[in-house]
Design a protein around this ligand. Sequence first.
Ligand code: GNR
Ligand code: NI
Length: 174
Amino acid sequence: MALLPILTAPDPQLKKISAPVKEVDASVRKLMDDMLETMYQAPGIGLAAPQVGVLKRVIVLDIAREGEEPQPLRIANPEIVWVSDDDATYNEGCLSVPEHYADVVRPAACRIKYLDQDNKQREIAAEGMLATCLQHEIDHLDGILFIDHLTALKRNIILRKLLKAKKAAAEAAM
Ligand code: GNR
Ligand code: NI
């Protein structure tokens, strides 16, 4: 296993659309395992391949709480096949938008069709935190960050702060 560097906004890679995997083979399984290790270490409850610079439709999640049995999910080519009419609001964060949090409204429940780590077609029904997190991760595969669900004003305030922090970090490294 290996830790992968996590890209932060603004970064053009995070705006790109990722490509489906042909099948979940050993190399995709290794990517999933490296992403899980990176996610646990961050720590985070989800991670999408484009966040580590890999433009493939692969996501991993684990919404188990600390002290609970880990429940890693390895997902390729996720497709939302149903969303509920009712919405839910969660205060979201993102490893690619460090230290910023905002309320995002999304469908409260959803059903996702995907390929698991054994290349097997599966479907899951999700609600609550898992539904939010799945939609957040699938957004990443289409170049969408949670800040894209905010007003342009709020988004630009956050992006300017992130850019400033990046410039300061680059300056400090010289
Ligand atoms: O760790 C994460 N926490 C989180 C909290 C609320 C809604 C979504 C998330 S996902 C985030 C990790 C991440 O950036 N995944 O892309
Ligand atoms: Ni994210």
